[in-house]
Ligand binder design. Structure first.
Ligand SMILES: Cc1cc2nc3c(=O)[nH]c(=O)nc-3n(C[C@H](O)[C@H](O)[C@H](O)COP(=O)(O)OP(=O)(O)OC[C@H]3O[C@@H](n4cnc5c(N)ncnc54)[C@H](O)[C@@H]3O)c2cc1C
Length: 428
C-alpha cells in the first residue's frame, strides 16, 4: 500500500516543524543547542477512544513525542454493548485498559483537557501541555437540552445507554426487572448521531430477550426520522424473527419525542403520549464538550474538518477525528473513527516532515446483530471530493435481502471477529 505522504513506507522521517523553530532561535543568537534541535515535534491527543487511541499509537510509532490525554482508567466500548443489554454478553468483555499502550511507551495523562490557549492544552489541575499539533478525539456529548424533561437526572430513570458503562447496566437491570407483558420504548434521534444502525440493533436484541424471557411484552421505537440505516433488512428480520413484537413509529406518524416525564415513565410526541415500563431515550448529540471550548465546532455542534488532513476548518493546527468530526458522508462508527485516526496520523506526520499529505481512501463497515446468530452489514468507501469525504460510487455494499441463515450466521461471526481484531489493534 502506498504511504499516505510523499515518503515510502517505513522510510525515516526528518521532522521540520519544531526543529526549524529551534534552529532559527539558535541562529538569532538565542542559544538553542544542537541537542535540542533534534527534539521531535510534540503532538497532544485528547481522548483515548477508538479515534484518539488509534491516532496516538500511530503518531508514537512514527517517532513523534505523543501525549494522550484521557481521564478514564479504562475504556468501555460501545460496539457489542447492545448484546450486554440483551443479556448475551458480559460487561467485562467491553472493558479495555490503557496498560498496553503505556507499556509501549505512550505517555498518558489521566486528566480531562479543559481548554486551549496559545498552543497549549489546559488540564483540569491547572497545568498546561504545549503542542506543535493537537488532535481532538472527544467523541460525543449528549444534548440534555434537546428533549424537555430529559436531563442527566432523568437519564437515571430513562437510560440512554449511548455511552457504554453504568448506563448500559442500568438498562439491562430495568429489562430484567420488567414484568412479562410490559412495554419497552426506544426514542431514536434524528441524523447525524453516533452509530446510525445502533438503535435498531438494540431494538432487535431487546426483542430477542423479550421473545425468549417475556414473550407477552412489546417494543415501541419512537423515531425522529422517516427512514434509517439498513431499514429493509431490519424490517424483514423483525417480521421473520419477532413477528408482532416490534412497532416502529416514524417521524411522519408521530415518532419524534419532544418531552418526557421520567417519574411517570411517559414519552410525549407531537401526536400523543406513550407510557413505557422501560424507556430508553437516545437524545440528540454533538461533539464532546472540549471541542466547543476549543472553538472547533460550528452551528451544528459538530467539527468541520479538511477531508485529507482532518485539520479543523476553524482552528489551524488542531485536528479532529472520530464521532466529533463532520465532513461528509462517513457515518459515526468505531470503524470510521479508527480509519480517520490512521489517515489523520499519517497526515500529521507528513505535515510535520514538510511533506504534502496524500488524499486518503477510507473504509467503513457497520455490522449489526439482530439475534445471536443473525448479522447484517453495510460497507462504504470514502474519499475527498469538493472539500468533503464523499462516498465512492459502487464501491460499498449491503448484505443481500434474501440471504440464507448460514450467511446471516457468518455475518454475526464476522462482526465478533471485527470487534476482537479492532480492540486488539487499538488497545492490545
Ligand atoms: C450502542 C452502540 C453500539 C455501537 N456499535 C458499533 C458497531 O457495532 N460498530 C462500530 O463501528 N461502531 C459502533 N458504535 C459507535 C462507536 O462506539 C463510536 O462511533 C466510537 O466509539 C467513536 O469513537 P471516538 O473515539 O470518536 O469516541 P469515544 O469512543 O466516545 O471516545 C472518546 C474518548 O474521549 C474522552 N474524552 C472526552 N472528553 C475529553 C476531555 N475533555 N479530555 C480528555 N479526554 C476526553 C472520553 O473519556 C473517551 O474515552 C456503537 C455505538 C453505540 C452507542
Amino acid at each position: 500500500m502506498p504511504s499516505p505522504s510523499g515518503s515510502p513506507p517505513g522510510a525515516p522521517r526528518h521532522f521540520t516543524g519544531r526543529r526549524t523553530l529551534l534552529l532559527a532561535a539558535g541562529a538569532a543568537g538565542l542559544g538553542a543547542p544542537a541537542l535540542l534541535a533534534q527534539t521531535p515535534p510534540r503532538v497532544v491527543v485528547v481522548g483515548g477512544g477508538f479515534a484518539g487511541a488509534t491516532c496516538a499509537r500511530d503518531l508514537a510509532a512514527a517517532g513523534l513525542a505523543v501525549t494522550l490525554v484521557e481521564p478514564r482508567a479504562e475504556y468501555v466500548a460501545c460496539p457489542f454493548s447492545n448484546a450486554v443489554i440483551a443479556g448475551l454478553r458480559q460487561m467485562e468483555q467491553q472493558r479495555f485498559s490503557y496498560a498496553a499502550l503505556e507499556a509501549n511507551g505512550l505517555r498518558r495523562i489521566a486528566q480531562p483537557a479543559t481548554g486551549l490557549e496559545d498552543g497549549r492544552v489546559l488540564l483540569a489541575d491547572g497545568t498546561t501541555l504545549p503542542y506543535d499539533r493537537l488532535v481532538l478525539a472527544p467523541g460525543i456529548e449528549l444534548r440534555f437540552d434537546a428533549i424537555t424533561g430529559y436531563d442527566a437526572a432523568a437519564a437515571g430513570r430513562m437510560p440512554h445507554a449511548w455511552q457504554a458503562g453504568p448506563q448500559t447496566l442500568l438498562l439491562r437491570q430495568q429489562l430484567e426487572a420488567m414484568p412479562d407483558g410490559g412495554v419497552v420504548a426506544i426514542a431514536a434521534p434524528a441524523n447525524p448521531f453516533r452509530c446510525p444502525p445502533g438503535p435498531y440493533e438494540r431494538a432487535s436484541l431487546i426483542a430477542h430477550y423479550l421473545k425468549t424471557h417475556k414473550p407477552r411484552s412489546k417494543l415501541l421505537i419512537l423515531d425522529a426520522k422517516d427512514s434509517f440505516s439498513k431499514q429493509r433488512l431490519f424490517e424483514a428480520a423483525w417480521q421473520a424473527l419477532y413477528p408482532g413484537l416490534i412497532e416502529w413509529v416514524s417521524l411522519s406518524f408521530g415518532g419524534n419525542v419532544t418531552e418526557v416525564d421520567a417519574a411517570e415513565g411517559v414519552l410525549v410526541t407531537e401526536f400523543g403520549r406513550h407510557r413505557a415500563d422501560v424507556a430508553n431515550v437516545i437524545p440528540p448529540q454533538r461533539a464532546g464538550a472540549i471541542a466547543r471550548v476549543a472553538g472547533v465546532t460550528d452551528a451544528s455542534g459538530w467539527c468541520p474538518v479538511d477531508p485529507v488532513t482532518f485539520e479543523s476548518r476553524l482552528r489551524p493546527g488542531v485536528h479532529v477525528v472520530g464521532d466529533a468530526a463532520i465532513g461528509g458522508a462517513m457515518p459515526k462508527s468505531a470503524f470510521t473513527a479508527n480509519a480517520q485516526a490512521r489517515a489523520c496520523a499519517a497526515a500529521v506526520v507528513a505535515l510535520l516532515a514538510g511533506e504534502t499529505p496524500r488524499p486518503p481512501k477510507l473504509i467503513n463497515t457497520c455490522y449489526s446483530l439482530l439475534a445471536p446468530d443473525y448479522g447484517i452489514s453495510i460497507a462504504g468507501v470514502y474519499s475527498p471530493r469538493n472539500g468533503l469525504l464523499a462516498e465512492v460510487e459502487g464501491a460499498g455494499g449491503i448484505s443481500p435481502a434474501d440471504a440464507p441463515p448460514e450467511i446471516r450466521a457468518a455475518e454475526a461471526a464476522h462482526a465478533e471477529g471485527w470487534f476482537r481484531v479492532i480492540t486488539q489493534a487499538v488497545f492490545g
